[in-house]
Design a binder for this molecule. Structure first.
Ligand code: SF4
Length: 469
């Protein structure tokens, strides 16, 4: 594959002068405004948009791109809701409906161990016929047969559903029930949240395309509680259906404010040049200062510990310790610095909408160029997200390669079985090999790095693996 050649040089005039002001901000690591985002969507000079996103991506992850060895597990496609863009859900008794029993789940666990997987990605429909214990038993069963494999499980809407079926949901404050649920799931082996179901945070889009599903407030509340419990989470943006570009930008703004809040709690310093959009974050609870990670020299949070220049206040330190974040051992600068353990967004994955089989199949869906541009803008706007993922199943592997040069630093994993939505093939068997992933990354000009779910480097000897020291 040929690599993209940057078009900006002193001998080639820029096609759009408005891009130059954005270039200056990006070079200095200054947060872009919603108006900047609009320019990036509307400019004809898409090459500069991609080039700027690559600049940020290379500054944050010089020379490398990540993949993992994982397996997806969709435990049931029975769902009480009927979101218009969904081609996965079935009603009980419909042709093709399924709910996996514990024996099936254990078998998947054994296969995962045999194949050397480091992660299970577990999501399903909102099955009204399963008791809460089904979910804790599922995680415990996987823990038993695959103790080393990280369990990344359940989207925000599933967790609210679990609070309802466990009868701990309180309409006046959904956080209370969700906290109870997450604590029980954590005890059973939950390691992090995958982050789907965010769609596009906007009341109009919500009403039109998924009105019975939770909205932005509840989605953010679930992630807030997860972060407070020290769990890392991820997030998505399902775009290209009834949404508009300015609604996508507001979605990005809400997510980056939510990440500001998470990083502030963990001790990151605020950015004095920070831009806060007014009136786009409906949730009053997001009052944190702007925090950016895309400046040269800023260290990214990792579960192994990142040490900050600023000493945590007594109040922050006690709150950090509540979240199982331990100060450094005495004698290694513990009085000056704070150590991160967990409780932030790791990755944003823009997901293009696929109309086929959904109630919106008369819509065209996004083009490849729109997918590239949206991913690049996501990298540029979400300046406080450590990672941007191009999910190869929904983008295709060749497109994921292009995206590695346009803002993405991760292409997800080997997957094996995937039953939600995919760009390539009709069946649910969606396996690619580690060799194919590595080759795709090398062809795109990066060193492939196998990571675990928490983005730690993995070394392996066949199916045996360990986190690099
Ligand atoms: S998107 Fe999720 S909640 Fe909506 S119908 Fe599909 S499975 Fe159910």
């Amino acid at each position: 594959m040929t690599t993209l050649t940057p078009t900006h040089s002193s001998s080639i005039p820029n096609l759009d002068p408005a891009i130059e002001a954005i270039r200056a901000k990006v070079t200095a690591g200054i947060r872009l405004s919603l108006d900047d985002g609009k320019v990036l969507y509307e400019t004809d000079d898409i090459w500069s948009v991609l080039e700027l996103a690559k600049l940020v991506r290379d500054r944050m992850h010089p020379g490398v791109a990540y993949y993992n060895i994982n397996r997806h597990l969709n435990y049931s496609n029975v769902c009480a809701l009927s979101c218009k863009f969904c081609e996965f859900a079935r009603k009980q008794g419909d042709e093709g409906e399924y709910t996996r029993d514990l024996e099936y789940i254990k078998e998947q666990g054994r296969k995962a161990v045999k194949s050397g997987a480091t992660e299970f990605h577990i999501v399903g429909g909102l099955n009204p016929y399963l008791p809460f214990e089904y979910y804790t038993d599922m995680l415990k069963a996987l823990r038993e047969v695959a103790p080393q494999v990280h369990l990344k499980a359940f989207t925000a809407v599933e967790l609210v559903h679990l609070a309802r079926i466990a009868k701990v949901y309180k309409r006046e404050d959904p956080k209370i029930g969700v906290r109870w649920v997450l604590e029980k799931l954590k005890e059973a082996g939950l390691g992090s949240l995958p982050g789907g179901g965010a769609e596009v945070f906007d009341e109009r889009v919500h009403k039109e395309a998924f009105k019975t599903k939770i909205g932005a407030h509840e989605w953010l509340d679930v992630h807030l509680v997860a972060h407070e419990l020290g769990l890392n989470t991820n997030c998505t943006m399902l775009y290209g259906h009834v949404d508009k570009q300015d609604e996508r930008l507001r979605h990005m703004e809400i997510l980056r404010r939510s990440q500001d809040q998470a990083l502030h709690r963990l001790g990151y310093e605020s950015d004095p040049d920070g831009y806060i959009a007014q009136g786009v974050v409906e949730s009053e609870q997001i009052t944190a200062p702007v925090i950016t990670l895309n400046k040269a020299g800023v260290k990214l949070p990792t579960p192994d510990g990142v040490f900050f220049q600023r000493a945590a206040t007594v109040r922050e330190r006690s709150s950090l310790e509540c979240q199982s974040i331990r100060p450094l051992p005495h004698g290694r600068g513990s009085s000056e610095k704070t150590r991160i353990r967990g409780g932030y967004y790791q990755t944003i994955t823009p997901l293009p909408f696929f109309p086929d089989g959904s109630d919106l199949e008369d819509l065209p869906g996004p083009t490849g160029l729109e997918n590239l541009r949206t991913l690049a803008i996501t990298r540029l706007m979400l300046d406080n997200f450590p990672h941007v993922k191009s999910f190869w199943i929904m983008q295709s592997l060749p497109m994921a390669q292009l995206m590695l040069e346009s803002g993405a630093d991760d292409i997800d994993g080997t997957v094996v079985w995937y039953d939600i939505t995919k760009a390539v093939g009709e069946g649910t068997h969606q396996e690619t090999t580690e060799l194919d992933l590595k080759r795709a990354i090398i062809e795109a000009g990066y060193e492939p790095v196998e990571r675990d779910t928490l983005y730690r480097r993995v070394d392996r000897d066949g199916s045996r693996w360990w986190v690099s020291k």
